[in-house]
Design a protein around this ligand. Sequence first.
Ligand code: FES
Ligand SMILES: [Fe+2]
Length: 475
Amino acid sequence: MPSYNYTTCFMAAVTFAAITLASASIGSRILKVPLFDVGPMWLQAVRDLGAEMKSVVTSLFEQDTWLCPWTYVMLGITGFCLYVGYYIFVAPLNRIRQKSDLGYVPQGGMSKRDMANLVQKRRVVGDLPPVYPNGWFGVIEAHEVKKGESMSIACLGENFAVFRDDHGEVHILDAYCPHMGANLGVGGRIHGDCITCPFHGWKFRGSDGKCTSIPYADKVPDMAKVKAYPTYEINGWIYVWYHAEGEEPFWWPEEIKEITNGSWSYRGRTEHNINAHIQEIPENGADVAHLKQIHGPILLSGTDIRYMYSKMWDFVKHSWDASWSARTDPDEKHIGSLQLTHNLELFGCKFPGLELHVEARQIGPGIVYLFFNSIFGSGVFVHSLTPTEPLNQKMVHNVYANWTMPTIIAKGYLLGEALQVDRDVMIWNNKRYERRPLFVKSAEDSLIGKHRRWYSQFYSEHSPKLNFQKETLDF
Ligand code: FES
Ligand SMILES: [Fe+2]
């Protein structure tokens, strides 16, 4: 479970509410009195508030109160306000966008879902690189895998049985039992560090996939095993190592100490399901020329790229400074680094106090850690990108922030990020992959070329390609 300091948030909310109520009660008078009278007025206001609360609480114990229908109306309204307050100020964000929610423009009265299917069917996908690169990929957020439970997850062209054993360790095995093909992740029971197949009870060890017992046979054949995938639980994620040639991991995602030691707490998540080749998404980080075009218009003008260039919002813009580079150290060549500064530009002027500095560390093909700093504090977006199908990607962002940052601000940053991604999704869902782009001589376009050369290290000889049936009789 992500660490989350509910007590601090609750105390902050109570203090905030008390100050707001007290200040509201003297607000009209405060400007008309000498400054030295203001302190006693505050004290008096807090005392009045206390007396008021006391009489409300006392009246709750009087029988007449409970006979009056207004009591229940007021309780309902109070409960609703508390829930809304909790939802806005305290609860972590959880925003999910499915594939057909974004980026398609329905025509002729079609539903979004039908339009998404039609675009996918008719789209020219281009001369694609392999669809599953080699590296670590997030299969699921760690808190979703409960001790003693198994689950089935399909991604990277594989079906995985994911389970947390009785000692708390997570294992990822090939889902299909070698006996008669039952899915271990659907109904598989956990015993110690093993998972038992739901069909005939064969038992498989999590660490190496070896079958350790068959209930109705004395001997377990050597061949009785399933593939065990290298698994790594860190930074709130369960990562799996995928390699087309079956090589063992030769680099690992780095630990974010502030998450593991709890000094940065969890404030929410967003999820996008995107119809594009995986490489298009990290490439966006090195594509600095699109920042002004796609991410410049203020978010208030919307995320539909057809309508966001409204004259009405011309006076305010997002401004971006960005640069991308790859690490050169042989041990770190799987890491790329994006430096980004965001600001708001009002009538051409920037506000240094509102600057948000982001260092995005791209770690292999499917993980990015975006460290940010602002006047409210610091934190990180943990970004996970995993192909669920050859041209479908699940992208998740989790946000963690230090104690100085109010949850509503951290959620605001995450939501702002997600809304900016919504704009990218509209491009990604409809474009084709250009293997030979028409680049012009410029620092901007050459950076994309540099990113492609860097990213090609994640493909190998047997990396799977898309077998695409272009013509179909399926109407
Ligand atoms: S299918 Fe798994 S034990 Fe038979
Ligand atoms: Fe973008």
